[in-house]
Design a binder for this molecule. Structure first.
Ligand code: HEM
Length: 137
C-alpha cells in the first residue's frame, strides 16, 4: 500500500526553529524534535543551533549510532519537496536562467527578422545562377 508523506518546502520547514516548535531537516526528511529537546543525549543546544536549515552535515558529523537513527523515525513528520520552486535559491536561479534565455530568444527573433530577408534575397539568386551555370556545362 502506498504511504502518503507530507511534503514541506525548505522555507516552510525552516520556519519551525524555536524551542517550542523545533524541526530538523536531515537528509531530505523533516523531524519535529520539540518534545525530544530535553532528552537528546547531545544536548538541546546543538539541536536548537541545527534547526532552521539543512542539518544533515551536523547530524552525520556527530556520528550517530544505528539506535539513534532508529529513534529518529519517531520524530519523522514529512519530507522536503524537491520541486525546484520550493527551494528559494533554485527559484531565483530558474528565473534568472529564464530571463537570459528570453533575451537570447529576443535577439534571435530580431536577427531572423532583419537578416533573413536580405540573406534570402542575395542567396537564392546565387544558388539559382550556380545551378543554371553547372547545368549548361
Ligand atoms: C531526530 C534527530 C536526532 C536524534 C533522534 C538524535 C539522537 C541522538 C542519540 C540517541 C544520541 C546518543 C548517541 C548515539 O546513540 O548516537 C545523540 C548524540 C548526539 N547528537 Fe543527536 N540526534 C539527533 C539530531 C542531532 C543533530 C541534528 C545534531 C547536530 C547538530 C546532533 C548532535 C549530537 C551530538 C553532538 C551527540 C553527542 C555525541 C557524543 O557525545 O558522543 N544530534 N543523538
Amino acid at each position: 500500500m502506498p504511504t502518503i508523506t507530507k511534503l514541506f518546502s525548505v522555507k516552510e520547514a525552516s520556519q519551525h526553529n524555536t524551542r517550542d516548535d523545533c524541526w530538523l531537516i536531515i537528509d531530505g526528511k523533516v523531524y519535529d524534535v520539540t518534545k525530544y529537546l530535553d532528552d537528546h543525549p547531545g544536548g538541546d543546544d546543538v539541536l536548537l543551533s541545527a534547526t532552521g536549515r539543512d542539518s544533515t552535515e551536523d547530524f552525520e558529523d556527530a556520528g550517530h549510532s544505528s539506535d539513534a537513527r532508529k529513534l529518529m523515525e519517531e520524530f519523522f513528520i514529512g519530507e522536503i519537496d524537491t520541486d525546484s520552486t520550493a527551494i528559494p535559491e533554485l527559484e531565483i536561479f530558474t528565473k534568472d536562467h529564464q530571463k537570459s534565455s528570453d533575451l537570447a530568444n529576443k535577439f534571435l527573433n530580431k536577427a531572423v527578422q532583419y537578416w533573413a530577408f536580405p540573406a534570402a534575397a542575395i542567396g537564392i539568386p546565387i544558388v539559382v545562377a550556380a545551378l543554371l551555370y553547372s547545368h549548361k556545362r
